[in-house]
Design a protein around this ligand. Structure first.
Ligand code: ADP
Ligand code: MG
Length: 244
């Protein structure tokens, strides 16, 4: 079924062994939109993101990227090239410099020539404020800088959208701001983003739409200001209130 959305998730279910962790998740993401998912730990947020790029194959439901159903599409590597992913633990190669980490997908996956990849890597590092750190290894960078390299790496692949799974959860509080600022700039530039986070200030001020999930279900989704000030569900109120 064709769709006008950039990403559409329809009735997604997942279970691990006998435990159902996604119980029918549906939402869509339009081009240029930032959608933020919040909810308690163990609710299935990461499972959704992992289902989208099939690090974990979905059990039931449908996922569309533009007109293409990608739930079980054969060409998973081609699909993954179109969807950036920023991990909580950065996922950088320690034996490569910041520049090397940004280049690796370009040369190995996109088969770009080295010179061109290098130029693009430097541009993307500049975009996240790390041009001066191109030759630094991850061990020489702060957590916030490492995560900005992770974002530059995702951007370099020129994805249609970027998924962020708790990108600041592993960071000391004083380092989260620099990462959130980069993400805020990307949202303002019109990047399409699906962000799982516990940063409620970011969710409230940057999300075009907020999704509150609990125990494998979407409890409520909509305008963040409405969810924060006048939600339809008591659970939304309790959850957002305890964190703000
Ligand atoms: P969240 O990201 O919201 O914290 P997850 O999607 O990581 O939640 O996990 C949802 C549920 O699935 C949790 O109960 C978790 O323990 C369970 N789970 C996650 N990954 C696995 C796995 N690989 N095997 C078994 N259970 C898992
Ligand atoms: Mg998670």
């Amino acid at each position: 079924m064709p769709t006008k959305h950039l990403l559409k998730i329809e009735d997604l279910h997942h279970s691990f062994e006998n435990e159902e962790v996604l119980k029918g998740i549906s939402f869509a993401l339009d081009k240029g939109e930032t959608k933020v998912i919040v909810g308690p730990s163990g609710t299935g947020k990461s499972t959704i993101l992992n289902n989208i790029i099939r690090l974990i194959p979905p059990k039931k439901g449908k996922i569309y990227l533009e007109d293409q159903e990608i739930t079980t599409a054969q060409k998973i590597n081609e699909i993954r090239q179109q969807i950036g992913f920023v991990f909580q633990d950065f996922g950088l190669f320690n034996h490569l410099t910041a520049k090397g980490n940004v280049m690796v997908g370009l040369t190995k996956v996109k088969k770009m020539d080295k010179k061109e990849a290098e130029e693009l890597a430097l541009l993307e590092l500049e975009r996240v404020g790390l041009k001066e750190y191109a030759a630094s290894y991850p061990s020489q960078l702060s957590g916030g800088q490492k995560q900005r390299v992770g974002i530059a790496r995702a951007l370099a692949m020129q994805p249609k959208l970027i998924l962020f799974d708790e990108p600041t959860s592993a960071l000391d509080p004083e380092l989260t701001g620099e990462v959130l600022k980069v993400m805020r700039n990307l949202a303002e530039e019109g990047m399409t983003m699906l962000v799982v986070t516990h940063e409620m200030g970011f969710a409230r001020s940057v999300a075009d739409e907020l999704i509150f999930m609990e125990a494998g279900n979407i409890v409520e989704q909509g305008d963040p200001e409405k969810l924060f000030t006048n939600p339809d569900h008591q659970r939304t109120k309790e959850f957002l209130f305890q964190l703000t």
